[in-house]
Write a protein that binds this ligand. Sequence first.
Ligand code: FES
Length: 101
Amino acid sequence: MFVKVCRVDQLKQNRGRPVYAGTTKVAMFKIGDEIYAIRNACPHAGASLSVGDVRGLVVTCPRHDWTFNVSTGACLNRKMYSVKTYPVEVRGNEVWVDPGD
Ligand code: FES
């Protein structure tokens, strides 16, 4: 079920923003005209990916530099890992995410 997480104008280009979708911690990213949502917990040791450096579609975990594609969730330097991605809908100036709970 989709829940409202923030406004579009609260998202800054190429910067993460931590939000809650219900009780789920989600990291939002606005890259170009697209908005992406991934779980805000690195699968390595749980760091907040929302504060990671963003280059193109790739966010780098601030703790040990694992890198993730924010569109697919794939970990680029540890191929057996990934981070969960969530569907995003923009409704006017509102951003909605389906955490799947
Ligand atoms: S916690 Fe993210 S790479 Fe270690």
